[in-house]
Design a protein around this ligand. Structure first.
Ligand code: NI
Ligand code: MN
Length: 225
């Protein structure tokens, strides 16, 4: 599996045939890798998975889904909202649920955060666990630290944990370090949701879990798993 960081919380997980785009906030994202020639039009997902309904996570979902006919996998109320904008391939789900896909599955797990768009309730904020063949990636979404992250680690045995470290709206570096030590990913942790704007600018060197190594990808950079 190839994992590409697209800036902020956006990631692209591919095996070549199947291409899962998570939280594709690209247009208007000051750290999107457009300087590397990667624009929303260059991305052709088969699936788009959304953690929650904030603008910096829905991002370009509607435009990309309309163009590519990608299946949008999202919490129920958010999926309904996406469906009101001309997207027909939808897989609504809820926290705790797993959706079977051609490459494996996408599961929704708990996150401690809010989820709304223009004041409209968008269902629970979630984390997402992607199983692609034999590789498992846990994207924690926007969340506070919670001790049941250990249970998510135990149940899904992720190779990679993607965790927010930008503070203010999510965990900061110290809580995120503890989160990774609870999750215990077997390969690495990737920090996200930091240094996009001044309010979530942090000293990323303070993100230093002991359970695994840190792969701090720059927007546009990839990791082969
Ligand atoms: Ni959010
Ligand atoms: Mn966010």
């Amino acid at each position: 599996m190839n994992i590409t960081f697209l800036g902020h919380s956006a990631f692209y997980l591919t095996d070549g045939d199947h291409r899962v785009l998570i939280d594709p906030f690209l247009t208007g994202n000051p750290v999107a890798p457009s300087t590397a020639g990667l624009t929303p039009a260059d991305i052709n997902p088969t699936h788009i998975a959304l953690t929650h309904g904030h603008d910096d996570h829905i991002g370009d979902t509607i435009d990309i889904a309309r163009r590519t006919d990608a299946t949008v996998i999202a919490p129920y109320e958010l999926a309904n909202f996406i469906g009101e904008h001309g997207v027909t391939n939808l897989e609504p789900a809820g926290s705790g649920g797993t959706i079977a896909t051609p490459f494996g599955s996408v599961s929704f797990v708990q996150a401690f955060h809010s989820s709304s768009t223009d004041g409209r309730y968008m269902g629970p904020a979630c984390g997402i666990v992607v199983l692609m063949h034999d590789k498992v990636v846990y994207h924690a979404g926007d969340t506070a630290l919670f001790s049941d992250m250990a249970l998510i680690g135990e149940l899904f045995k992720p190779h990679v944990a993607i965790v927010p470290i930008g503070d203010r709206f999510t965990m900061g570096p110290m809580h995120a370090s503890k989160a990774v030590d609870l999750i215990k990913p077997s390969v690495c942790a990737i920090p996200c949701h930091y240094n996009t704007w001044p309010p979530i600018t942090v000293d990323a060197s303070q993100f230093k879990p002991t359970a695994c190594k840190v792969e701090a990808l720059k927007p546009g950079e990839s990791l082969e798993l």
